[in-house]
Design a protein around this ligand. Sequence first.
Ligand code: GDP
Ligand code: MG
Length: 288
Amino acid sequence: MPVLNRPHLQLRHEIFRVERILVPETDRLPKREQKVIAVMPAYNAEKTLAATLADVPVGSIDEVILVDDGSTDRTVQVAREMGLTVIVHPENRGYGGNQKTCYRAALDHGADIVVMIHPDYQYDSRVIPHAVGILSLGICDVVCGSRIRSRQEALAGGMPIYKYISNRFLTTIENIALGQNLGDFHSGFRVYRREVLEKVPFERNSDDFVFDTQLLVQAVRLGFRLGDVPVPVRYFDEASSINFRRSVVYGFGTLGVCAQYWLDRLRLWQSPLFQAKEMPAANRQPNL
Ligand SMILES: Nc1nc2c(ncn2[C@@H]2O[C@H](COP(=O)(O)OP(=O)(O)O)[C@@H](O)[C@H]2O)c(=O)[nH]1
Ligand SMILES: [Mg+2]
Protein backbone atom coordinates (compact mmCIF):
# COMPACT_ATOMS: atom_id res chain seq x y z
CA MET A 1 0.00 0.00 0.00
CA PRO A 2 1.45 3.41 -0.83
CA VAL A 3 2.63 5.17 2.30
CA LEU A 4 0.87 8.39 1.35
CA ASN A 5 -2.56 6.76 1.71
CA ARG A 6 -1.96 6.57 5.44
CA PRO A 7 -1.98 10.11 6.84
CA HIS A 8 0.06 9.19 9.94
CA LEU A 9 2.83 7.91 7.67
CA GLN A 10 3.17 11.07 5.57
CA LEU A 11 6.78 11.43 4.44
CA ARG A 12 8.33 14.64 5.66
CA HIS A 13 9.85 16.80 2.98
CA GLU A 14 11.33 19.67 4.98
CA ILE A 15 15.05 20.13 4.65
CA PHE A 16 16.81 18.04 7.23
CA ARG A 17 20.19 19.00 8.69
CA VAL A 18 22.05 16.31 10.57
CA GLU A 19 23.02 18.82 13.30
CA ARG A 20 19.45 18.51 14.52
CA ILE A 21 20.28 15.11 15.97
CA LEU A 22 23.98 15.63 16.60
CA VAL A 23 23.97 18.53 19.10
CA PRO A 24 25.22 17.54 22.56
CA GLU A 25 22.70 15.66 24.66
CA THR A 26 22.82 18.19 27.46
CA ASP A 27 21.47 20.88 25.13
CA ARG A 28 18.79 18.71 23.67
CA LEU A 29 17.34 16.21 26.11
CA PRO A 30 14.06 17.36 27.60
CA LYS A 31 13.84 17.11 31.37
CA ARG A 32 12.08 13.96 32.48
CA GLU A 33 8.49 14.84 33.32
CA GLN A 34 7.38 11.56 34.82
CA LYS A 35 8.09 10.63 38.39
CA VAL A 36 10.01 7.35 38.38
CA ILE A 37 10.03 5.34 41.60
CA ALA A 38 12.09 2.17 42.04
CA VAL A 39 10.67 -0.45 44.39
CA MET A 40 12.75 -3.24 45.87
CA PRO A 41 11.09 -6.27 47.43
CA ALA A 42 13.83 -7.24 49.86
CA TYR A 43 14.54 -10.39 51.80
CA ASN A 44 18.00 -10.71 53.32
CA ALA A 45 19.56 -8.29 50.84
CA GLU A 46 22.15 -6.71 53.14
CA LYS A 47 25.14 -7.84 51.09
CA THR A 48 23.85 -7.01 47.60
CA LEU A 49 21.79 -3.83 48.09
CA ALA A 50 24.65 -1.34 47.71
CA ALA A 51 25.95 -2.97 44.54
CA THR A 52 22.49 -2.99 42.97
CA LEU A 53 21.95 0.71 43.73
CA ALA A 54 25.46 1.80 42.79
CA ASP A 55 24.86 0.85 39.15
CA VAL A 56 21.65 2.89 38.79
CA PRO A 57 22.45 5.78 36.41
CA VAL A 58 22.48 9.20 38.08
CA GLY A 59 19.19 11.05 37.77
CA SER A 60 17.25 8.12 36.35
CA ILE A 61 14.93 7.69 39.37
CA ASP A 62 13.30 10.02 41.88
CA GLU A 63 12.88 7.73 44.88
CA VAL A 64 13.75 4.21 46.01
CA ILE A 65 11.27 2.37 48.21
CA LEU A 66 12.54 -0.80 49.86
CA VAL A 67 10.07 -3.14 51.50
CA ASP A 68 11.68 -5.55 53.92
CA ASP A 69 9.84 -8.81 54.40
CA GLY A 70 11.09 -9.86 57.83
CA SER A 71 14.75 -10.24 56.89
CA THR A 72 16.98 -11.83 59.47
CA ASP A 73 20.04 -9.83 58.41
CA ARG A 74 20.74 -6.07 58.57
CA THR A 75 18.81 -5.16 55.38
CA VAL A 76 16.65 -2.58 57.18
CA GLN A 77 19.53 -0.79 58.94
CA VAL A 78 21.63 -0.73 55.76
CA ALA A 79 18.73 0.62 53.67
CA ARG A 80 17.98 3.34 56.24
CA GLU A 81 21.63 4.36 56.38
CA MET A 82 21.54 4.72 52.59
CA GLY A 83 18.58 7.10 52.79
CA LEU A 84 16.03 4.87 51.06
CA THR A 85 12.35 4.99 51.94
CA VAL A 86 12.02 1.83 54.03
CA ILE A 87 8.83 -0.04 54.87
CA VAL A 88 9.10 -3.02 57.20
CA HIS A 89 6.86 -6.04 57.39
CA PRO A 90 7.22 -7.23 60.98
CA GLU A 91 6.50 -10.78 59.80
CA ASN A 92 7.36 -12.62 56.58
CA ARG A 93 4.43 -12.25 54.16
CA GLY A 94 6.09 -13.81 51.13
CA TYR A 95 7.39 -12.42 47.86
CA GLY A 96 3.96 -11.53 46.45
CA GLY A 97 2.86 -9.97 49.74
CA ASN A 98 6.02 -7.90 49.66
CA GLN A 99 5.31 -6.61 46.15
CA LYS A 100 1.76 -5.62 47.13
CA THR A 101 3.23 -3.24 49.70
CA CYS A 102 5.80 -2.02 47.13
CA TYR A 103 3.19 -1.07 44.52
CA ARG A 104 0.73 0.45 46.98
CA ALA A 105 3.52 2.66 48.33
CA ALA A 106 4.74 3.66 44.87
CA LEU A 107 1.21 4.70 43.84
CA ASP A 108 0.74 6.60 47.11
CA HIS A 109 4.02 8.43 46.52
CA GLY A 110 2.79 9.61 43.10
CA ALA A 111 4.83 7.43 40.73
CA ASP A 112 4.07 7.74 37.02
CA ILE A 113 6.46 4.88 36.28
CA VAL A 114 7.37 2.11 38.71
CA VAL A 115 10.59 0.13 38.36
CA MET A 116 10.61 -3.17 40.27
CA ILE A 117 14.08 -4.58 40.72
CA HIS A 118 15.30 -7.30 43.05
CA PRO A 119 17.94 -5.98 45.40
CA ASP A 120 20.05 -9.13 44.88
CA TYR A 121 22.39 -7.68 42.23
CA GLN A 122 21.15 -10.24 39.74
CA TYR A 123 19.82 -7.72 37.22
CA ASP A 124 21.95 -5.02 35.67
CA SER A 125 20.41 -1.80 37.02
CA ARG A 126 22.23 0.30 34.39
CA VAL A 127 19.38 -0.68 32.05
CA ILE A 128 16.76 1.22 34.10
CA PRO A 129 16.58 4.46 32.05
CA HIS A 130 16.48 2.51 28.79
CA ALA A 131 13.53 0.40 29.95
CA VAL A 132 11.81 3.51 31.31
CA GLY A 133 12.39 5.24 27.96
CA ILE A 134 10.41 2.59 26.12
CA LEU A 135 7.42 3.32 28.36
CA SER A 136 7.90 7.08 28.08
CA LEU A 137 7.71 6.81 24.30
CA GLY A 138 4.38 5.05 24.68
CA ILE A 139 5.60 1.89 22.94
CA CYS A 140 4.60 -0.44 25.80
CA ASP A 141 2.89 -0.37 29.19
CA VAL A 142 5.11 -2.98 30.85
CA VAL A 143 8.76 -3.74 30.09
CA CYS A 144 10.43 -6.89 31.46
CA GLY A 145 14.17 -7.44 31.66
CA SER A 146 14.99 -10.62 29.76
CA ARG A 147 17.76 -12.71 31.28
CA ILE A 148 17.78 -15.00 28.29
CA ARG A 149 19.14 -13.22 25.25
CA SER A 150 20.92 -16.39 24.22
CA ARG A 151 21.30 -19.84 25.79
CA GLN A 152 25.05 -19.51 25.92
CA GLU A 153 24.93 -16.16 27.68
CA ALA A 154 22.35 -17.30 30.24
CA LEU A 155 24.30 -20.42 31.15
CA ALA A 156 27.64 -18.59 31.15
CA GLY A 157 26.07 -16.12 33.60
CA GLY A 158 25.55 -19.07 35.94
CA MET A 159 21.85 -19.82 35.51
CA PRO A 160 21.34 -23.42 36.73
CA ILE A 161 20.46 -25.68 33.81
CA TYR A 162 17.17 -26.83 35.37
CA LYS A 163 16.13 -23.16 35.80
CA TYR A 164 17.10 -22.44 32.21
CA ILE A 165 15.09 -25.37 30.84
CA SER A 166 12.03 -24.70 32.99
CA ASN A 167 12.16 -20.99 32.17
CA ARG A 168 12.27 -21.68 28.42
CA PHE A 169 9.47 -24.22 28.71
CA LEU A 170 7.18 -21.99 30.78
CA THR A 171 7.96 -18.85 28.79
CA THR A 172 7.12 -20.68 25.52
CA ILE A 173 3.79 -21.90 26.93
CA GLU A 174 2.99 -18.41 28.24
CA ASN A 175 3.86 -16.75 24.94
CA ILE A 176 1.58 -19.14 23.06
CA ALA A 177 -1.24 -18.97 25.62
CA LEU A 178 -1.18 -15.17 25.81
CA GLY A 179 -0.21 -14.31 22.23
CA GLN A 180 2.97 -12.54 23.37
CA ASN A 181 6.65 -12.77 22.50
CA LEU A 182 8.65 -12.14 25.67
CA GLY A 183 12.09 -13.60 26.24
CA ASP A 184 11.65 -14.20 29.97
CA PHE A 185 8.28 -14.24 31.73
CA HIS A 186 9.91 -14.73 35.14
CA SER A 187 12.12 -11.73 35.42
CA GLY A 188 12.79 -9.84 38.64
CA PHE A 189 13.28 -6.60 36.74
CA ARG A 190 10.13 -4.96 35.41
CA VAL A 191 8.90 -1.49 34.67
CA TYR A 192 5.22 -0.54 34.80
CA ARG A 193 3.20 2.48 33.81
CA ARG A 194 1.15 3.76 36.71
CA GLU A 195 -2.09 2.95 34.88
CA VAL A 196 -1.22 -0.76 34.87
CA LEU A 197 -0.94 -0.88 38.65
CA GLU A 198 -4.07 1.23 39.04
CA LYS A 199 -6.14 -1.09 36.90
CA VAL A 200 -4.73 -4.55 37.65
CA PRO A 201 -6.23 -5.85 40.92
CA PHE A 202 -2.89 -7.10 42.26
CA GLU A 203 -4.18 -7.13 45.86
CA ARG A 204 -6.19 -10.23 44.89
CA ASN A 205 -3.03 -12.08 43.83
CA SER A 206 -1.07 -14.73 45.68
CA ASP A 207 1.40 -13.71 48.40
CA ASP A 208 3.83 -16.28 46.98
CA PHE A 209 6.11 -16.23 43.91
CA VAL A 210 3.28 -16.85 41.43
CA PHE A 211 2.28 -13.22 42.04
CA ASP A 212 4.77 -12.28 39.32
CA THR A 213 3.05 -14.43 36.70
CA GLN A 214 -0.40 -13.31 37.76
CA LEU A 215 0.52 -9.64 37.31
CA LEU A 216 1.73 -10.13 33.73
CA VAL A 217 -1.23 -12.31 32.75
CA GLN A 218 -3.64 -9.77 34.27
CA ALA A 219 -1.91 -6.97 32.36
CA VAL A 220 -2.39 -8.86 29.09
CA ARG A 221 -6.03 -9.69 29.89
CA LEU A 222 -6.75 -6.04 30.65
CA GLY A 223 -5.29 -4.94 27.33
CA PHE A 224 -1.86 -3.62 28.31
CA ARG A 225 1.15 -4.05 26.01
CA LEU A 226 4.19 -6.02 27.19
CA GLY A 227 7.72 -5.70 25.84
CA ASP A 228 11.22 -6.59 26.92
CA VAL A 229 14.83 -5.48 27.04
CA PRO A 230 17.88 -7.73 27.41
CA VAL A 231 19.40 -7.65 30.89
CA PRO A 232 22.57 -9.67 31.43
CA VAL A 233 22.21 -12.27 34.14
CA ARG A 234 24.42 -12.79 37.18
CA TYR A 235 24.05 -15.87 39.34
CA PHE A 236 25.80 -16.32 42.67
CA ASP A 237 24.70 -17.57 46.10
CA GLU A 238 23.07 -14.34 47.30
CA ALA A 239 21.33 -13.76 43.95
CA SER A 240 19.45 -17.04 43.87
CA SER A 241 17.93 -18.79 46.84
CA ILE A 242 14.76 -20.40 45.50
CA ASN A 243 15.21 -24.15 45.63
CA PHE A 244 14.05 -26.86 43.25
CA ARG A 245 10.87 -27.72 45.17
CA ARG A 246 9.66 -24.10 45.28
CA SER A 247 10.50 -23.71 41.59
CA VAL A 248 8.29 -26.71 40.77
CA VAL A 249 5.40 -25.27 42.81
CA TYR A 250 5.91 -21.97 40.99
CA GLY A 251 5.95 -23.72 37.59
CA PHE A 252 2.62 -25.45 38.17
CA GLY A 253 1.18 -22.20 39.55
CA THR A 254 2.20 -20.47 36.33
CA LEU A 255 0.46 -23.07 34.16
CA GLY A 256 -2.63 -22.67 36.35
CA VAL A 257 -2.71 -18.91 35.71
CA CYS A 258 -2.52 -19.48 31.93
CA ALA A 259 -5.46 -21.89 32.24
CA GLN A 260 -7.40 -19.29 34.25
CA TYR A 261 -6.71 -16.74 31.53
CA TRP A 262 -8.31 -18.94 28.88
CA LEU A 263 -11.24 -19.93 31.09
CA ASP A 264 -11.86 -16.23 31.59
CA ARG A 265 -11.54 -15.41 27.89
CA LEU A 266 -13.93 -18.18 26.96
CA ARG A 267 -16.28 -17.01 29.75
CA LEU A 268 -16.30 -20.48 31.27
CA TRP A 269 -15.06 -19.24 34.64
CA GLN A 270 -14.52 -15.55 35.23
CA SER A 271 -11.90 -14.98 37.84
CA PRO A 272 -11.79 -11.84 40.02
CA LEU A 273 -8.09 -11.70 39.07
CA PHE A 274 -9.08 -10.29 35.70
CA GLN A 275 -11.67 -7.76 36.82
CA ALA A 276 -10.19 -4.27 36.63
CA LYS A 277 -10.00 -2.16 39.76
CA GLU A 278 -12.11 0.98 39.80
CA MET A 279 -9.84 3.84 40.83
CA PRO A 280 -11.33 7.10 42.14
CA ALA A 281 -10.97 9.70 39.36
CA ALA A 282 -8.89 11.96 41.64
CA ASN A 283 -6.18 9.29 41.84
CA ARG A 284 -5.74 9.03 38.10
CA GLN A 285 -2.66 10.75 36.76
CA PRO A 286 -2.54 10.24 33.03
CA ASN A 287 0.82 11.97 32.62
CA LEU A 288 2.09 9.81 29.80
N1 GDP B 1 9.44 -11.54 50.55
C1 GDP B 1 10.16 -12.62 50.36
N2 GDP B 1 11.00 -12.61 49.35
C2 GDP B 1 11.74 -13.69 49.13
C3 GDP B 1 11.66 -14.85 49.94
N3 GDP B 1 12.53 -15.76 49.43
C4 GDP B 1 13.14 -15.16 48.37
N4 GDP B 1 12.66 -13.92 48.21
C5 GDP B 1 13.01 -12.91 47.20
O1 GDP B 1 12.53 -13.36 45.96
C6 GDP B 1 13.34 -12.87 44.91
C7 GDP B 1 13.65 -13.99 43.97
O2 GDP B 1 14.39 -14.99 44.63
P1 GDP B 1 15.74 -15.51 44.06
O3 GDP B 1 16.25 -16.50 45.02
O4 GDP B 1 16.61 -14.36 43.74
O5 GDP B 1 15.26 -16.25 42.73
P2 GDP B 1 16.04 -16.50 41.38
O6 GDP B 1 17.04 -15.40 41.23
O7 GDP B 1 15.01 -16.50 40.33
O8 GDP B 1 16.71 -17.83 41.53
C8 GDP B 1 14.58 -12.24 45.58
O9 GDP B 1 14.48 -10.83 45.53
C9 GDP B 1 14.48 -12.74 47.00
O10 GDP B 1 15.00 -11.78 47.90
C10 GDP B 1 10.73 -14.82 51.00
O11 GDP B 1 10.56 -15.75 51.78
N5 GDP B 1 10.01 -13.67 51.18
MG1 MG C 1 17.58 -13.59 42.15
